[in-house]
Structures are given as structure tokens and as C-alpha cells.
Design a protein around this ligand. Structure first.
Ligand SMILES: [Zn+2]
Length: 378
């Protein structure tokens, strides 16, 4: 009898552990995208920062409380059922601390009221307002994003009825351009069967694009111009603090199907985000305009790159422009697109991607796509 009870207890414990492991949500990535520390908040973008969680399952967020502490507010949210793993501890330690004078973010594991993560945002309510959305990311992870909006800028736009475009970092005339060469350093990205590295292809093309645009008088910033390791949230913060008019990220693709080939361009669209909070009208206007710009920029790039590449590779496949949430695209405050210039998993295309003449055509296409976007020619 006792043995049977013990056995039953063991079985129940075993299943309970399985169930609790199943139920636990794993944090796969945690990002803090920032927009700089300018004391004059009116010179900062509408989005002062974003904290983004990439999770194995859809989380339930509980807004715990909002309290006042010496002219500041502290908003607390709980994410229950989060697996408290060593990897998560590592992420929490290396979370980029806010360098904003206007808010600070703290995330810590908690046991009460439920086991999970406690997110506390301390902010000056005169300068910051908070909202959150959820989404499904490019790697099918479930995402959760907390936005820290620039309240002073929102109020200024609203009160003076200023056009959102000219004040919210979407102004094409602010034509400084950020070129992001994917991967780098420790992160090779995709590798072709013959050993061609995505990080090298992206860097070669990015440098050529930068030269072409600089020659035409544009101011270009590169998130890396050597074989350096650069974290995604450092790339986004770099772009956001350079007050750029647009960002283009350059990558090469990889697929299990070795026949897959061609060019595709990704952009962030609001349809991918499940809006959790009702936004002020001016914010809606800004987002609508941002998503539209993302689409137009992507279309310009896709069209121009294909037209150049076809001269050498007439069979190139147009894989079109596609909506996606990537860690980079969601992290930046300006119109942005991520172009996959070809497949390293496809033998023929991988040799094209390594070929300097082909890289020149890709670069001309990207540079021309950017200029067409900036001059409303596509
Ligand atoms: Zn890549």
C-alpha cells in the first residue's frame, strides 16, 4: 500500500514537473532599443525607447500598479509563467541600461504575486508615456514590446498642429542614411556549402552602397564598416541616435531547399502588431505614415536591385516585398527595410554573391532604390 502510494506520488510529481516545464515560457531574447540621451527631448524621436521580449509562448501581461515617487511615476508589469533559467539571468545582467534622462527600466525575477518577471519602468510623466503591443516575430517567436513615447513631442505636435512627418524623424529631407551590414565578428550569419560567409558578403555590398551614396552627397552612417561583432540593440540605438531619414539592412539568405533563390525585402507593418493600448490620434498618424514609408522603401529597393541584377543573372527570382517583424526592424524609429540579396544555400547564387561585379550591381540597385525613395521616384 505504502509502495503504491509512493509510486503514485512519484508519478504525480513527475507529471506535475512536466506540466510546469511545459507551461513555462522561455525568454529567447530581450532587447532594449534606445534613442539617445539628448536633454532637449524635442530633438529626440517620438519613440524614446522600446523594451522587446521574444518568447517561446504568448505571454499574459498584468499591469500591476502605477505609483508616484518624487515627481516620477513607476509603472509595474508582471509577466507570469516565465522560466527562470541561467540564460535569462545572463540576459538580465547584460540588458542595456537606459541612458535616457527621462526613464529607466528594471527587470527582475519575482515569486509574488506569481512566479515570473517584474518589469518596472520609472519615468517622468511630463516627458514619457507608455504603451505595449504583442506580435509574432520572423522566427515565429511570440513578441511583446513596451514603447516609451516622447510625450513632450506628442503634445507639441498636437498643440501646434505641426505635421507629424516633419517632427517625428520621418522627414525625408533629413536624408542621413544608415546602412546596416548584417552579422559580423563572432556572428558569421549564413555560410554557403563552399564556405562563403554572409557577414563578408553583407559588408562588401554595404561598403559599396555607402561609397555610391557618399559620392552623390548623402551623409551615410554604417553600423559596422569592419568585421566587428555588433549587438542588434547597439545597431538600433546607433541608428536612432543619428537621427537618420532611413535604414537599410543588408543580408544574404539561407534555406533547407537548395533550389530556393532570389531577392526579397522585408519591412515592418502595423498589421503584424496586436495593439494592446488605444493610441492618441497623432500617434496613430505617425505609425500609419511610418509603416507606409517602410513599404515604399522596400518596394524601391526590390525593384531597383532586380533591374540591375537581371543584366547579369536573367533568371533571378523576384521573391517580392514581405511584411515581417525582425529584431532590427522593430527596434528603429525611422523607415527601414531589410534586403536579402540572394541565397547562400543555392550553389549558383552563392558564387554570384561572392563575385565583385555582381556585388557592384546589387550595390547600385540598393543605392538607386534609396535615392528613388528619398526623391519620391518610385
Ligand atoms: Zn542575415
Amino acid at each position: 500500500m505504502k509502495i503504491r502510494t509512493l509510486a503514485r506520488t512519484l508519478v504525480v510529481t513527475f507529471f506535475a514537473q512536466c506540466i510546469s516545464l511545459d507551461a513555462a515560457i522561455v525568454v529567447e531574447k530581450l532587447m532594449h532599443h534606445r534613442s539617445g540621451d539628448n536633454k532637449n527631448v524635442l530633438e529626440l524621436p517620438l519613440e524614446l525607447g522600446k523594451v522587446v521580449f521574444y518568447l517561446s509562448n504568448e505571454p499574459h501581461v498584468t499591469a500591476l500598479k502605477e505609483e508616484s515617487r518624487n515627481n516620477k511615476k513607476v509603472a509595474s508589469f508582471v509577466l507570469p509563467d516565465i522560466a527562470l533559467t541561467p540564460a535569462l539571468n545572463q540576459m538580465l545582467t547584460s540588458l542595456k541600461q537606459s541612458n535616457s534622462a527621462h526613464y529607466s527600466v528594471n527587470i527582475s525575477p519575482v515569486k509574488n504575486p506569481e512566479q515570473g518577471l517584474l518589469l518596472s519602468i520609472t519615468y517622468d510623466p511630463n516627458y514619457v508615456t507608455i504603451a505595449h503591443d504583442s506580435f509574432v516575430a520572423i522566427g515565429m517567436q511570440k513578441g511583446l514590446v513596451f514603447y516609451l513615447y516622447n510625450k513632450k513631442l506628442l503634445d507639441t505636435i498636437q498643440n501646434k498642429e505641426l505635421p507629424v512627418l516633419q517632427t517625428a524623424c520621418l522627414d525625408k529631407k533629413k536624408s542621413s542614411i544608415v546602412i546596416d551590414c548584417g552579422h559580423g565578428g563572432n556572428d558569421s550569419g549564413a555560410v554557403s556549402p563552399s564556405g562563403i560567409l554572409e557577414k563578408e558578403v553583407a559588408l562588401e555590398i554595404g561598403k559599396k552602397v555607402s561609397q555610391l551614396l557618399t559620392k552623390q552627397g548623402y551623409q551615410v552612417h554604417m553600423t559596422r564598416n569592419s568585421d566587428a561583432t555588433v549587438d542588434i540593440d547597439d545597431r538600433t540605438t546607433f541608428a536612432n541616435t543619428h537621427n537618420a531619414g532611413l535604414l537599410v539592412s543588408i543580408h544574404a539568405n539561407f534555406a533547407g531547399n537548395i533550389k530556393a533563390s532570389g531577392v526579397e525585402t522585408f519591412f515592418l507593418d502595423g498589421a503584424l502588431l496586436k495593439q494592446q493600448d488605444s493610441l492618441q490620434q497623432v500617434m496613430q498618424g505617425y505609425k500609419t505614415q511610418l509603416y507606409k514609408s517602410n513599404y515604399v522603401l522596400s518596394r524601391c529597393l526590390q525593384e531597383k536591385v532586380l533591374s540591375y541584377v537581371k543584366t547579369k543573372n536573367p533568371q533571378v527570382v523576384d521573391r517580392k516585398v514581405k511584411k515581417a517583424v525582425s529584431q532590427l526592424l522593430i527596434g528603429v524609429t525611422m523607415p527601414a527595410a531589410l534586403i536579402e540579396v540572394g541565397f547562400l544555400s543555392n550553389l549558383k547564387e552563392s558564387y554570384y554573391l561572392k563575385d565583385e561585379e555582381y556585388q557592384n550591381l546589387l550595390s547600385k540597385g540598393i543605392a538607386e532604390g534609396i535615392v528613388s525613395y528619398l526623391t519620391n521616384l518610385c
